[in-house]
Design a protein around this ligand. Structure first.
Ligand SMILES: Nc1ncnc2c1ncn2[C@@H]1O[C@H](COP(=O)(O)OP(=O)(O)OP(=O)(O)O)[C@@H](O)[C@H]1O
Ligand SMILES: [Mg+2]
Length: 404
């Protein structure tokens, strides 16, 4: 049935982050992904989501790909995009419906129409999800199959990223002779990895705090209802520590990871490394006094952005934090105070025990999960370069599964 399972192609997931580039090779076994090898290297050539040195970035990507893949065989790659200015847009499409009840053919037709109409000039549609159907302009339902109406409507929720991200990365991969199969949004990928179905049904806020960007995704009733990226994250904390203690960025990063916290520590003195020769004695309280306000600021900005959206505000029942910067000691406590909801650091739902407890790999794990779904719904891999036809194939198969 699944022709892709018979070929020897290697699948590689790649998370191009601002601090690290991580990759994993995987196969799909009985409908689930099985990770073969993982690797990560310090990022180079990418800053503030802009590719500022293609050669450097290319060499790191090549190294990670080489380290995770076996020598022979064609490689098919899945990779993330983090656009700080990601755009969300709902799109409503209507068609006339036959009097005998809505058929699969009509559902397919309205999906196709909706997708071709979901366009923004200069933007790439990176995620599209059907939200609700509308019967005769006023009755919202999730499954219209067999329902009688003369007009059928569909509201979709769409995410768009700048075309230039896709084009620049696309040409980089082309130069390296790697076929890029699909791009996924980083925030969506992280949420895919560490949210369970109950959380998504109940309403949940997923926050991936990386090095340079924080990715925010809200789910309710199993659908994404809010998505935003913020250009503030763990590196801003490090930079505050560096300024506050008058030490280098490297020493500040080390001090933050070793002794930092966002809950009041015992006031003990610790020795931090300034460079290979010099050390400095500081109190943990001083470090806490620098780190806590910056984390609070980031989380309060997120809260204010989200709570401006009444739908998101009412629907969030819990908060799941992920990304490397979610590893700071005490993040659960301050998140619960700021959001007034229960909070936790997410665990990756796939991968081995090592990667499950590593929130910095949630984007990578999510890309693998999204790639797995991509194949499940694209039983015959699509060779067309058209983005829309790739998504349409996915939808055709999704309809078969959902309305069988
Ligand atoms: N134990 C820790 N405590 C606090 N912060 C940490 C810890 N470990 C890592 N970090 C921070 O996490 C950040 C890196 O996170 P991550 O690996 O998720 O970034 P990235 O995916 O490369 O970046 P981005 O998603 O922004 O492109 C850095 O700012 C780092 O200082
Ligand atoms: Mg990241």
């Amino acid at each position: 049935m699944f022709s892709f399972l018979k070929n020897n192609n290697q699948f590689i997931a790649l998370d191009i982050g601002s601090q690290k580039i991580s990759g994993a090779s995987f196969i799909i076994k009985n409908g689930s992904p099985l990770i073969i090898k993982m690797d990560h290297q310090k990022s180079k050539g990418i800053r503030r989501s802009k590719l500022n040195n293609i050669e450097d970035l290319s060499s790191i990507i090549n190294l990670v790909c080489k380290n995770v893949s076996s020598k022979s065989g064609k490689k098919e790659l899945f990779c993330n995009i983090t656009d700080p200015n990601i755009i969300t847009k709902k799109n409503t499409t209507k068609i006339n419906s036959g009097k005998l009840g809505v058929t699969k053919k009509e559902i397919r037709k309205i999906y196709r129409k909706n997708l071709t109409e979901s366009n923004i000039k200069g933007k790439h549609l990176i995620y599209s999800s059907p939200h609700d159907f509308i019967l005769d302009d006023d009755n919202l339902i999730s499954n219209p199959l067999g329902k009688k109406c003369s007009k059928l409507g569909l509201i979709s929720y769409n995410l768009f990223v700048e075309n230039h991200y896709i084009n620049e990365l696309g040409s980089l991969f082309k130069k390296n002779k790697v076929e890029i199969k699909n791009f996924f949004d980083s925030g969506v990928a992280s949420s895919y990895s560490c949210l369970d179905n109950n959380e998504k049904k109940e309403g949940v806020l997923c926050i991936d705090i990386g090095a340079e960007t924080t990715k925010i995704v809200v789910y309710s009733d199993n659908k994404i209802i809010f998505c935003k990226n913020l250009g503030l994250a763990g590196d801003n904390v490090t930079s505050d520590v560096s300024h506050g203690l008058q030490i280098s960025i490297e020493a500040a990063e080390h001090a933050k990871i070793m002794y930092g916290s966002v809950v009041a520590p015992f006031n003990e003195k610790v020795e931090i490394e300034i460079d290979s020769k010099r050390r400095k004695l500081i109190s943990k309280n001083l470090l806490y006094g620098i780190i806590k306000p910056r984390y609070e600021e980031i989380l309060e900005i997120i809260r204010d952005r989200i709570f401006d959206d009444i739908n998101a505000r009412l629907n969030i029942k819990s908060v799941v934090l992920t990304g490397g910067a979610s590893k700071i000691f005490g993040i659960k406590n301050i998140s619960e105070n700021i959001f007034n909801r229960k909070a936790k650091v997410g665990k990756n739902l796939i991968g081995d025990i090592f990667s499950q407890d590593k929130p910095e790999f949630s984007t990578l794990m999510g890309i693998i999960k999204l790639a797995n779904d991509f194949f499940m719904y694209n039983q015959i891999p699509n060779k067309s370069s058209s983005k829309v036809s790739v998504i349409m194939d996915k939808i055709d198969n999704w309809i078969e599964e959902s309305y069988a």
